[in-house]
Design a protein around this ligand. Structure first.
Ligand code: ARG
Length: 401
């Protein structure tokens, strides 16, 4: 009888490396390791990760280049929705988990596996995102959570691996828990667990310290077509390439550092430090272009739904009917969001310095205070009287109470 198979989301780190062996020893699985490239490493960097999984006992090890897919299927809808959890966090990890799970499920189907597995602990959001995504797209699959079940400390994991001569990464452990992809980089743990302690400079990799940013501002022009950025300074790029390039340029100016106390789905408040130069710059520009192009009632309701959208994604509900319905809603206004945005990068800020659009609703002759003014001031008088009428009635009858 052959052993049942389990497809593990593999990062190459200590936890998922020992999880391969643990799933075999404790659960009797043949483990298929699946590492998904969402832009966390340079091209080719996952070759070593692929080999390590086999050395740790995986029967198969696959690496998936999902950078373009991540950009097109996950980052693009997040841009349409201006998705920021708690108004701040661009959902870096929350966007990648449904994609990774989709690949686990695909590989499980191809290799006849009956389970998928992740290396999350029981305290975070990522476990929820993996498991709820699996429930949504492959409810027949079992989900294993070896690290949560095992509850091992880091030192114990290293000892356990040494006893079995597993080639786990031996680099001195970073004090931080890092997750990274095209859309940004996340850091938790270590001194960051004190919400009063300023994050040390060593936490950051994708953004310069303010003291090291250039003394002169730099401008970039983002061109949007139907809501998506399609060109940078007039040069057309695919979304993944464009995000990476904006990230690099904005990061050099210290843009995109986010230090916040975050409400996790599991009820914990946690201190999080993010670096998202590209995401912050693109979302700032996109939102600004919407202000130019969207009719005000539509814009107001869209703003209201954006927070809800971000919350659903944060909470692991990517593949759900409400999220799908909101995507359909968001798609309507995006039809008009075409044009250019000038963004000035300087000392940690990405500030919009200008915008233009063939669909822009800005009408100079209505807005101007000079002679070109076409706005009919006589109509304002009657309008204000009626607009204020309920307030006036209220003031006369009840205002004194
Ligand atoms: N707090 C963020 C989130 O929930 C980041 C999580 C990062 N994940 C990790 N395994 N380090 O989306």
């Amino acid at each position: 009888m052959t052993a049942p198979r389990c497809v593990l989301a593999y990062s190459g780190g200590l936890d998922t490396s020992v999880a391969i062996r643990w799933l075999a020893e404790h659960k009797g699985y043949d483990v298929v390791a699946c590492a998904v490239d969402v832009g966390q490493a340079g091209p080719g960097a996952l070759d070593e990760v692929r080999r390590r999984a086999l050395e740790c006992g995986a029967v198969e090890s696959v690496v998936v280049d999902a950078r373009a897919e991540f950009a097109d299927d996950f980052v693009a809808p997040a841009i349409a929705a201006n998705a920021l959890y708690m108004g701040k966090y661009p959902l870096v990890s929350a966007l990648s988990r449904p994609l990774i799970t989709r690949h686990l499920v695909r590989v499980a189907g191809e290799s006849g596996a009956e389970a998928v597995a992740h290396g999350c602990t029981g305290k975070g959001n990522d476990q929820v995102r993996f498991e709820v995504t699996a429930m949504a797209i492959a409810p027949q699959l079992r989900v294993e959570a070896p690290i949560r079940e095992w509850g091992l400390t880091r030192d114990a994991a290293i000892r356990w691996a040494a006893e079995r001569e597993l080639p786990v990464p031996v680099r001195p452990a970073s004090p931080y828990s890092i997750d990274e992809n095209l859309w940004g980089r996340t850091a938790e743990c270590g001194v960051l667990e004190d919400p009063w302690a300023a994050p040390p400079e060593e936490v950051f990799e994708r953004s310069a310290a303010l003291a090291d940013t250039p003394d002169t501002p730099e401008e970039l022009v983002l061109t949007f077509d139907a809501g998506l950025p399609v060109a940078l300074d007039g040069k057309e790029l695919d979304l993944a390439g464009l995000v990476a390039e904006v990230d690099r340029r904005a990061g050099a100016h210290g843009v995109g550092r986010i230090d916040m106390v975050e409400d996790r789905l599991v009820g914990i408040k946690s201190r999080e430090v993010y670096e998202c130069p590209g995401a912050v710059t693109i979302l700032t520009a996109h939102r600004d272009l919407e202000d130019l192009c969207l009719e005000q009632e539509l814009a107001q309701d869209k703003r209201g739904l954006e927070g809800r959208y971000a919350q659903l994604v944060y909470n692991g509900l990517w593949f759900t009917p409400l999220k799908e319905a909101l995507d359909s809603f968001m798609a309507v206004p995006q039809r008009y969001v075409t044009g250019d945005v000038r963004v000035r990068l300087f000392r940690g800020h990405a500030a919009v310095a200008g915008r233009r659009s063939p669909h822009g609703l800005y009408d100079h002759d209505l807005a101007t205070y000079d002679e070109a003014d076409r706005f009919d001031h006589t109509r304002a008088e009657g309008f204000v009287k009626l607009w204020g009428l309920p307030t006036k009635v209220w003031a006369r009858r009840q205002g004194r109470l």
